[in-house]
Write a protein that binds this ligand. Structure first.
Ligand code: ATP
Length: 305
């Protein structure tokens, strides 16, 4: 994992207007890409695109697309996104995380806890993880808000100079003027979809949900805070739902059934995929890691949907 600092980026170059490009092309130019797109996945071989790394979750992160990651405050969306990106990095998919809400050491620490499964990994385990991921994971060091043009320059740098194919942006609200700046939000998300397509990368954007009927309500993409156009513009929407009722029951001394999840991962939109649905996840507080089975199940392994 490497730190991306401002002095490494040619902002002036990236912020300058790019020359208008010729974009009218013969369909023949796309033959190979279309053949690849339509080819069936070969059983046993790696999927065409990286997949959400949980069993029975058939959401793919195709190049040129944008996925929204939503959830109520404290639902674990940033945590889950970090786990997914570090898993993808270990499969060779380079990424950069631009978290304007958390300092890089915190972001990296979370990933290492999840990777090692430990609350306190040893310095050797930390160095081992960093060594393994130093050529595949980057973090952009900026807290607070960011001007969209600056972020777009960072994304271009990551894609063109570092070869990143996944960019995580946490969160939308740090890139626009506010929750009621609907035009700014629409414009920003629209630009992200264009950049993702132009650079052939996948962008993961964290969004917040409207506060309303309490934390037990199952969210849908209609609950995304801000402009309704945000969910329309992107390709995929995943929502992270933390089962607070279960936590309250446990606190009250009740024993929940083994197959009751701690968190639900809800795929509420998949423009080009053929799957939408929910996946049960279990959360380990020690390592902060999500699994798609209940490792504490009393009756053996519960991998129930
Ligand atoms: N199912 C769960 N059970 C218990 N704790 C959880 C669960 N899911 C997440 N957490 C805890 O909730 C905290 C919040 O996680 P995270 O920062 O990823 O949330 P977030 O949705 O990004 O929050 P915010 O919107 O406030 O930025 C983490 O410290 C994690 O330990």
């Amino acid at each position: 994992m490497e730190l991306l600092t401002e002095d490494m980026i040619d902002f002036e170059g990236y912020l300058a207007e790019t020359e208008p490009q010729e974009r009218v092309r013969s369909v023949a130019m796309y033959a190979d890409e279309v053949i690849a797109e339509l080819a069936p996945d070969v059983l046993g071989s790696a999927p065409k695109y990286p997949k959400m790394p949980f069993a029975n979750c058939w959401l793919y992160f195709a190049p040129g697309e944008v996925t929204l990651w939503g959830g109520f405050n404290g639902s674990g969306k940033s945590m889950l996104q970090g786990q997914v990106l570090s898993t993808l990095a270990q499969d060779g998919h380079k990424s950069c995380t631009a978290s304007f809400e958390m300092k890089p050491p915190k972001t990296i620490s979370r990933m290492i806890r999840q990777h090692t499964g430990l609350r306190h990994p040893t310095p050797e385990q930390v160095r081992n993880f960093i060594q393994k991921t130093e050529k595949s994971m980057w973090v952009y060091d900026q807290q607070g808000s960011v001007h969209p043009k600056r972020l777009f320059a960072v994304i271009r740098h990551c894609a063109e100079k570092l070869g990143c194919t996944h960019i995580a942006v946490d969160s939308l609200m740090k890139c626009v003027k506010g929750t009621d700046d609907y035009n700014g939000q629409k414009e920003f998300v629209d630009q992200l979809t264009i950049i993702a397509r132009d650079l052939n990368i996948h962008i993961h954007l964290v969004v917040h949900l409207k506060k309303g009927e309490g934390d037990e309500k199952m969210p849908t993409r209609m609950d995304i805070s801000g402009s309704g156009a945000i969910a329309d513009l992107v390709d995929n929407v995943v929502l992270v739902y933390r089962n607070k009722r279960k936590e309250r029951d446990v606190d009250a001394g009740k024993t929940p059934p083994d197959d009751m999840a701690d968190t639900l991962l809800i795929c509420d939109k998949s423009r080009n995929g053929e799957w939408e649905g929910r996946v049960k996840l279990w959360f380990d507080p020690q390592s902060q890691k999500f699994t798609d089975f209940n490792k504490n199940a009393r009756r053996g392994l519960a991998r129930v949907l």
